[in-house]
Ligand binder design. Structure first.
Ligand code: TXA
Ligand code: MG
Length: 317
């Protein structure tokens, strides 16, 4: 089921199949956004509640107008500066966008990915590609084709679907989500395009994100491995925690990638998955400072540390 054939991937999307594809952030599970039955299968395969909207991936910023209306000037500015790239913008959705994509919301998330394979697929289809991260709902996002295969391979149909292999993802954490339907704009999910960069580009001071969260990635528990994640502020605390866990008879491991946050983001999900594969009980992780890319890494680690959500929506197969 793993392939590098972009033309075949486009063919499968056209025929209503699903294609797991590499983007610069994480692997996505894609369907043609104009085919509600195909979009519905994304939710079934992931075990994701249908109320959680999907990001639509476009080939070019000019296509925004086919998917959204009342587009503020700041959106055009951000699109020109950050696309293709790891930035998702929430805008007022166009009337003909199917409810299956937006979870019935009046807004839509749009982004132009920079990964050449993702771009080639979106261009080849000639329309919008709806794609969440290609993991089971609530669990660790995939950054290689093998991660996708391990997570959802058994739920894909080899006759209709495909996993496109484009190697490991360069960024490693999901796109920044900025809500441009409110004034001032708000960052709902931190990513590689930082709030500081968005403020500089738009000239806006971003709003506080308070009240009930509007992005599903903002759930308390998300990105969760099976092992317990123990977060520590610095290396010496981490070493002490590691020894304490081992003394208590647990299999413990330590990750400290605070010396290079680009690498820390690239490896984050692979590290969490490797801990599970190795049968680790407790993974002690040193948190990076809360600045720049550190915000995105801290966000994912904090949610991973809450552990798997025991609720029924996560019990998928
Ligand atoms: O980097 C990424 O964004 C990756 C790659 C594949 O593009 N995609 C991704 O999708 O992370 P997903 O579905 O795993 O996360 C998107 C988040 C979800 O929490 C979803 O609920 C939220 O964005 N979202 C999407 N559209 C939204 C909307 N109209 N309003 C509020 N939240 C929205
Ligand atoms: Mg996700």
């Amino acid at each position: 089921m793993i392939s590098t054939d972009v033309d075949l991937a486009v063919e499968r999307l056209r025929a209503g199949g699903l294609v797991a594809l590499p983007t610069e952030t994480v692997y996505g599970l894609a369907a043609d956004a104009r085919q509600p039955d195909a979009v519905a299968r994304i939710f079934a395969v992931k075990g994701r509640p249908t109320s959680h909207p999907l990001i639509v991936h476009l080939a070019d910023a000019d296509q925004i107008d086919s998917w959204a209306h009342d587009i503020p000037a700041a959106a055009r500015t951000l699109a020109a500066a950050a696309w293709p790239g790891p930035l998702t913008m929430l805008l007022q959705r166009a009337d003909d966008v199917d409810d299956s994509v937006t979870g019935g919301r009046s807004t839509i998330g749009l982004r132009v990915p920079s990964h050449p394979i993702a771009l080639a697929v979106v261009r080849g289809l000639g329309g919008g590609v709806a794609a969440p991260s290609a993991n089971r709902f609530g669990r660790v996002s995939p950054t290689t084709a093998r991660h996708v295969l391990a997570d959802i391979g058994d739920r894909l149909d080899p006759e209709r679907d495909l996993i496109l292999d484009g190697g490991p993802c360069e960024v490693g954490v999901e796109s920044t989500i900025v809500d441009l339907t409110v004034s001032p704009p708000q960052v709902l999910r931190a990513g590689a395009i930082t709030a500081e960069v968005i403020e500089r580009l738009t000239g806006d001071v971003l709003g506080d994100v308070s009240g009930p969260s509007r992005a599903a990635g903002m759930l308390a528990s998300h990105y969760a491995p099976n092992c317990t994640v123990d977060l520590t502020p610095d290396r010496s605390t981490a070493v002490a925690r590691l020894e304490a866990h081992r003394a208590a008879g647990l299999r413990a491991a330590l990750i400290d990638r605070t010396d290079d946050l680009v690498v820390a983001a690239q490896r984050l999900y692979g590290d969490l998955r490797a801990a599970d594969t190795a049968g680790v009980d407790v993974l002690v992780v040193v948190l990076p400072p809360a600045a720049g890319l550190g915000h995105a890494i801290r966000d994912r680690l904090t949610k991973a540390a809450v552990g798997p959500d025991p609720g029924p929506t996560n019990r998928v197969g």
